[in-house]
Write a protein that binds this ligand. Structure first.
Ligand SMILES: Nc1nc2c(ncn2[C@@H]2O[C@H](COP(=O)(O)OP(=O)(O)OP(=O)(O)O)[C@@H](O)[C@H]2O)c(=O)[nH]1
Ligand SMILES: [Mg+2]
Length: 376
């Protein structure tokens, strides 16, 4: 177990977090989503507005079959299968349908966890006001293979609600239906803001298998609260497993024992958020959590500081802290780090830059709040 003692070890701690985050990201099973819909319905617009880094625009698209390509991007654990050509003449429609159906069967029979298609977003332009029979039949067919969410794109007018009801009444056995506007519409005095994206993310998240929920969370950029909640609930489980419940004493004399646990924790939380974490930013977040820049991190120093700041934490008599104290401290750290990630994500996705100092102050304030709350 690596120790974090001495003046400069917080730097090792930072490097370890970065390495661990990278390793975890590489090990994550990607979530694979198929987006089906006629040309111009807004598939690319939807993908760009839901996922980080303008995925449809900047990702690499590799042809899988004539009417299917797979979009991926290094560092984002997702693959999008994008379809084309389903709007052509009836003969081609049949061809495309067969080709895509066969491809889904082929991929999902291979039993390769990295390729497996998890869900289909079937996009229909809500302005078209109707849905053709061949689409209804295809949706029914697809729903027998995989979970399907029907996405009503460009739902600018209120008729889209009627279309939604109509589709709902078709009994296609779909997993959900969602009206959206992926990008604001603007014309003269008329403006409609984005809507429905968060709901689509929530609906999808619920349906996805456990093994890829984190990947989906990492890739999406519209529902930050979803990331926060996953990170919180994962942390609580992790901390309980790491420290046990109750009063397992932890030898404080070697409080560095806490650190490897926390490296793993911070790395995991980072992979839920999916942000470009610069070393300088991570350093300032972590050092504000430690309270003392460049000192022993999360071992003796932080615990000792906490004892000073929050006398209720307990005592360090005999060089022992209890498992419950360790969990209080670690939970405080986790929740404060999660708040930092929330701010980083919010700003990154909006393209706003925020100073490290600003984040640092926020983290300090949060840590105080978190620890006080848990001592009550
Ligand atoms: N303002 C606004 N425009 C949209 C929206 N969805 C689609 N559009 C517009 O509709 C056009 C087609 O959208 P795309 O996202 O390229 O459609 P697509 O389904 O990817 O089309 P193909 O790649 O040809 O199959 C573009 O000009 C978009 O700007 C939306 O939610 N808001
Ligand atoms: Mg497109």
């Amino acid at each position: 177990m690596r120790e974090y003692q001495g003046k400069i070890t917080s730097m090792n701690f930072i490097n370890d977090i970065l390495t661990k985050t990278k390793d975890e990201l590489e090990k994550m099973i990607p979530v694979n989503i198929m987006v089906i819909g006629k040309t111009g319905v807004g598939k690319s617009t939807l993908i760009n507005n839901i996922f980080r880094e303008q995925l449809a625009e900047t990702g690499i698209g590799k042809p899988v079959t004539r009417h299917l390509r797979k979009i991926s991007k290094e560092g984002i654990p997702i693959n999008i299968y994008d379809t084309r050509g389903i709007e052509l003449d009836e003969k081609t429609q049949h061809e495309v349908r067969d080709e895509i159906n066969n491809e889904i069967d082929r991929i999902n029979k291979e039993n390769n966890a990295k390729e497996y298609i998890h869900i289909i977003w079937y996009c229909i332009n809500a302005q078209s006001n109707r849905i053709e029979d061949y689409e209804v039949n295809w949706i029914k067919e697809l729903s027998r293979k995989l979970p399907v969410i029907v996405v009503l794109t460009q739902s600018i007018f209120s008729q889209s609600k009627e279309l939604e009801k109509m589709i709902d009444n078709l009994n296609c056995d779909i997993s959900g239906i969602q009206r959206i506007v992926a990008e604001p519409f603007e014309e003269d005095n008329f403006r409609i803001d984005r809507f429905g994206l968060k709901e689509l993310v929530e609906m999808t998240y619920e349906i996805l298998p456990e093994g890829v929920k984190r990947s989906f969370n990492n890739a999406q950029k519209v529902h930050i609260q979803r990331k926060v909640e996953e990170a919180r609930s994962w942390s609580l489980g992790y901390i309980t497993t790491s420290f046990g419940v109750g009063f397992t004493p932890i030898p404080f004399a070697d409080a560095a024992i806490l650190a490897p646990i926390q490296v793993g924790m911070i790395a995991h939380i980072t992979t839920i958020f999916g942000v470009k974490l610069e070393k300088a930013l991570l350093t300032s977040i972590v050092s504000s959590l430690a309270g003392v820049t460049g000192a022993t991190f999360l071992g003796r120093t932080i615990v000792a500081n906490l004892f000073k700041l929050f006398p209720g934490v307990g005592t360090i008599a005999g060089g022992i802290i209890s498992g419950s104290t360790a969990s209080i401290v670690t939970t405080g750290l986790a929740f404060s780090y999660i708040e930092a990630m929330r701010i980083v994500a919010e700003n990154e996705y909006k393209g706003i830059s925020v100073s490290n100092e600003e984040i640092q102050n926020k983290v300090k304030e949060e840590l105080g709040k978190q620890i006080k709350k848990r001592l009550k």
